[in-house]
Write a protein that binds this ligand. Structure first.
Ligand code: UDP
Length: 235
């Protein structure tokens, strides 16, 4: 296997097969555009399992994704796609950057989900983009943007339902999509690294905010999410 890309939390390797890749989960955590960094022993193992469970659930619910199979503690086989350089954020409750930007109290439930696009660019600090910006930079066509919104909302409905069953509020999350034979499919990962997950009763964070704001034990929270999801989905 040849290392193709090393990101902040994952590595991508080539395989013998030309249409597949290996996605490897590291223990590194970063926040605030790489300004804050730390390693958490076993985080990669937990995120590989959590993301595999969620992608399998989405595949079974007719969402096309890049996920094929988990093959080891830290690795999964994925379909090779060309990543669309957008972070598609879906928000159900106020938190994080939307609360800071508009001075909205954290934890306010939105009447309908809010979708935001950000350009994937460390250099530019992931700037916010609207549809006109996306078209201007030739990242996606108007039709593709509409499809991305539709898919993101569909995934949101499925994830709200799944997390609700294990006593968790899905506050917000980030998706990435890729193109494979001109079809847009879900890529990257879905884990507590890129979702805000609050315990329904206590409203305590069970996600990367524990690291961003030094609010508690990250591994314990990720283990809790993993155990609950595994019990719900592997019956
Ligand atoms: N998010 C992410 N990667 C990023 C930025 C955000 O996975 O580069 C996720 C984040 O974990 C949260 C959601 O997207 O679940 C919304 O993040 P927000 O815009 O509030 O930014 P933050 O305050 O987390 O930097």
């Amino acid at each position: 296997m040849k290392l193709l890309i090393e990101g902040k939390a994952k590595k991508i390797f080539s395989t013998k097969e030309k249409n597949t890749l290996v996605q490897y989960f590291k223990d590194d955590a970063t926040a605030f555009n790489n300004k804050k960094r730390k390693q958490f022993k076993s985080k990669g193992i937990l995120n590989n399992s959590i993301s595999a469970l969620i992608f399998k659930y989405l595949n079974e619910n007719r969402i096309k994704t890049h996920f094929i199979k988990k093959i080891s503690e830290r690795e999964q086989i994925i379909k090779k796609v060309k990543i669309i350089p957008l972070e598609v954020v879906v928000r159900n409750y106020s938190a994080g950057s939307i609360s800071d930007k508009f001075k909205i109290k954290q934890g306010k439930k939105f009447k309908e989900p809010i979708i935001e696009f950000f350009l994937k660019s460390d250099e530019l600090n992931d700037p916010f983009m609207n549809s006109a910006h996306i078209k201007l930079l030739n990242i996606a066509t108007a039709k593709e943007i509409r499809y991305l919104r539709k898919l993101a909302l569909k995934i949101n409905v499925l994830l709200i339902k799944l997390f609700s069953k294990i006593g968790i509020i899905l506050v917000d999350f980030k998706l990435e999509f890729g193109k494979s034979n001109n079809a847009i499919i879900l890529a990257d990962e879905i884990s507590p690294d890129n979702c805000r997950l609050w315990d329904k009763k206590s409203k305590l964070s069970l996600d990367k905010d524990l690291f961003r704001h030094d609010k508690g034990n990250l591994i314990n929270a990720y283990e809790y999410i993993h155990t609950k999801l595994n019990r719900k989905l592997n019956v």
